[in-house]
Design a protein around this ligand. Sequence first.
Ligand code: 4NP
Length: 156
Amino acid sequence: MKKVLFVCLGNICRSPAAEEIMRKLVEDAGLEDSFVLDSAGLIDYHEGEPADGRMRAHAARRGYRLTHLSRPIKYDDFFDFDVIVGMDDRNISKLRAMAPGLEEEQKVVRMTDYCRLKVVDHVPDPYYGGASGFENVLDILEDACAGLLDALRESR
Ligand code: 4NP
């Protein structure tokens, strides 16, 4: 069993999309009993809200139904999850700073390190941009989640 938490700033754009893309990949591989997937934000500003309507619309066109409600990351997440996936430098440095200890800090990884097609070092925040930003996020996440799933399968 692998427990994976995807984290971004608001938990309404990037991380809920990553969670659902990963869920689809896990289900397509018949591995739903081997994974627990969730997402969280570094701020609580959008707590309880569904994913951004633009993100839901773009994701829906690719067959992903985003149902997650935003929640802030909590202390226990660092113990409850095996892998904590950040989307950009700010996410990752905040997550590392929040980690209760070294073992938990080492659970923090960078989403784009698992990309095999895209040459990118972060998943850009699409919140203040246009439609192409949301498509770009989905392109990167599809690539990165496929790579992450393969990496986790190999490490079992
Ligand atoms: P996310 O996008 O981190 O991908 O969910 C954002 C959502 C909300 C805000 C920033 C980024 N915000 O500042 O409210």
